[in-house]
Design a protein around this ligand. Structure first.
Ligand SMILES: [Zn+2]
Length: 253
């Protein structure tokens, strides 16, 4: 890890490219093309200039990086993505966008190979209509406030993107969609390794005020390996923080 940290620091300073501008600013140095220095300044190995946070849209519903929360509904609000049937064991939801489905299969296989046990997709894609129905049922049962804390309104759910999945352990051991999933072998493995497959634990325990949702150790959002790895390396847990977006604890009045 120390070597990796050193690499990151080198990469960060190289990104600022101080060497060339320092020479250019130095009045006594002749034009570089006329008089190359006999002892050239060591040039750092070219490194990436940093992660491009604007590479993909966070606003377009079709984007892998779309950020959906209580202040950022999908547009159009009844957006429906292209879907495939997931190839992993599943319960309620059985469809996701193709890249997310492929990554999910790889992740489940890797978890099993690592001894973390079996899992299934409890719920994945949910349409606008399905979300509207489910949310309305919760409101009727628990009231609007409790319902909004546990379930997104239609058009505001990551599940409507086809990129989110609720994962359950097999056997369930009473931890399906429960906090205790985070303490199962599966939940622990996912929390540590999901980023390698492009998934983000979207609702961490200590970010409720930012995400607007209680801790959901079972809910994972596919954002692609590049972004998930960058967030992991930077130690940034939420999309809101990573992209500098406002916290979204509540719906707009
Ligand atoms: Zn979920």
């Amino acid at each position: 890890m120390a070597a990796l940290a050193a690499l990151i620091i080198v990469g960060a300073s190289a990104a600022c490219a101080p060497v060339r501008s320092a020479i250019a600013d130095h009045g006594t140095v002749p034009h570089p093309s006329q008089s190359p220095p006999s002892t050239p300044t060591p040039t750092p190995t070219p490194t990436p200039t940093g992660f491009n946070k604007t590479q993909l849209s966070i606003d377009q519903a079709t984007s892998l990086w779309v950020v959906v929360n209580k202040l950022r509904p999908l547009s159009p609000i009844n957006y429906a993505p292209p879907l495939v049937n997931v190839t992993v064991p599943h319960v309620y939801g059985y469809q996701m966008q193709a890249p997310a489905s492929a990554a999910l299969s790889q992740m489940f296989a890797a978890a099993k190979a690592a001894g973390a046990g079996n899992m299934e997709a409890q719920s994945s894609y949910r349409s606008y209509a399905a979300q509207q129905r489910d949310h309305a049922a919760l409101v009727a049962r628990d009231g609007a406030k409790v319902a909004d804390n546990e379930s997104a309104r239609a058009g505001y759910s990551e599940h409507q993107t086809g990129l989110a999945v609720d994962i359950a352990p097999v056997p369930g051991a009473g931890c399906n969609l429960e906090i205790c999933f985070g303490r199962t072998a599966q939940g622990k493995w996912l929390a540590a390794n999901a980023y390698r497959f492009g998934f983000l634990l979207r609702y961490p325990a200590d970010k409720v005020a930012i995400t607007g949702y209680q801790y959901e150790p079972w809910h994972f959002r596919y954002i692609g390996v590049a972004l998930a790895t960058e967030m992991h390396n930077e130690g940034v847990e939420t999309l809101e923080e990573f992209f500098g977006l406002p916290a979204a604890p509540n719906y707009a009045p």
